[in-house]
Ligand binder design. Structure first.
Ligand code: 9YT
Length: 133
């Protein structure tokens, strides 16, 4: 069994800090679960273009506020504690921070390895690795 404390991820290579968000990857591809599991904090007032063409992501908002706008249809959804969104069609979107830090729990399928960075189109490349499983 794997038991982790997100506090032990802070300050390691599994915590990614950008101007717009900080992501703590608590479970990664190497853990062999078939998904990765992250805590992400979106900074207030930021806007991030995201299009995960190679991954499905589900996001559970647990604290703070923000907004998501799907680019195909221009629909906007307010984000706050209790809202879950799933990018089941690899939906291209804008993710916007609100007035307070927005803390979310994210699941990626296939799992993130930890080596991906958003490219200029907001895409993570598909990287697969052996899990030994
Ligand atoms: C909610 C979202 O997609 N934020 C961007 C970062 C991402 N969650 C990640 O890489 O952990």
């Amino acid at each position: 069994m794997i038991v982790r404390d997100v506090k032990d991820v802070i300050g390691t290579e599994d915590e990614i800090v950008t101007d717009n968000w900080t992501s703590r990857r608590v479970l990664l591809a190497k853990d062999g679960m078939g998904f990765s599991f992250h805590e992400t904090i979106i900074q207030p007032g930021t806007e991030t273009h995201i299009h995960y063409q190679n991954h499905l992501e589900a996001v559970w908002c647990v604290e703070g506020d923000g907004e998501i706008e799907t680019i195909a249809d221009g629909k906007k959804y307010a984000l706050h504690a209790g809202i879950v969104y799933a990018l089941n069609e690899n939906d291209e979107h804008w993710l916007r921070g609100g007035t307070k830090p927005l803390r979310v729990i994210c699941v990626f399928n296939p799992p993130i390895t930890g080596r991906e960075v958003h490219d200029e189109d907001g895409v993570y490349p598909l990287i697969t690795e052996e899990t030994g499983a």
